[in-house]
Design a protein around this ligand. Sequence first.
Ligand code: OGA
Ligand code: MN
Length: 280
Amino acid sequence: MATVTDTRLRAEQIKPKIGARILNTKAELLSGELSAEINALLEERCVLVFPKLDFTDEEQIQFTNLLGGNAMEIRGEEMFKVSLDRKVNQNVAEYLLGSLYWHIDGTMNSIPIRASMLTGKVLAPEGGDTLFANTATSYEDLPEARKAEIDGLRVQHSLWNSALYHTPEPTDAQLADWQEKGEAQVPLVVKHQSGRKSLVLGNTAAHVIGKDYRESAQILNSLRNFATSEPYTYRHVWTVGDTVLWDNRTSLHRATPYDPDCGRMMHRTILKGGEAWEQD
Ligand code: OGA
Ligand code: MN
């Protein structure tokens, strides 16, 4: 006999302009029945917190697939170990230092990552919280005159710009290595298929095309400060086994500083996007 299930999404708002906590059990989430509602809520709330699910890697990959598909991580794997420890991540640990500054994952991809999911495995004894900022609600709240000024502007993004945040005086070899990695021009204000608009900012945003150095820095700096101000941000203080999912196209995120050698370990999966930054 078929089992009759009646699973409802149980969610509570975290702050008016960002975040929701999902209270369903792991079995309910992995049944797949809630996936459409979770995706809709993700778009609406920007960050979804699933307290203490204790996902195994297989379960996290399964959940990621249920929400619309797992995109391959940096080295082609389904699961990426987020750790600043060079023994864990050899060449990649250096780039991960960029995660300590406000950023978007994979800004330079032609089709941006739709969402990213982190599970807390080993916590830092000090620091290592994760901060999120909703760039759709902050954009909405900008004065109309400011919106008119920035609409249509384009921004050059590059990996090497983000690397200069943590390594401001690189060797020539380091700079050359970084400069081989991604670069792209992205609108400052993107319009999503849903009709909503959001800001594309963060440590990969190098300069506003066509503006001089001073004005470009003022635009990017003032928008970042507004977008990451209190009403639009959520700080996740981790408990081992928590999973957090964020809409990567309408948010910025960062880790707060922690000792790279403290053993902190997060497991990340990323969700395939379907939508380019620019709509035709
Ligand atoms: C990431 C990231 C932040 C953190 O995995 O993309 O930015 O708190 N992580 O580790
Ligand atoms: Mn990141």
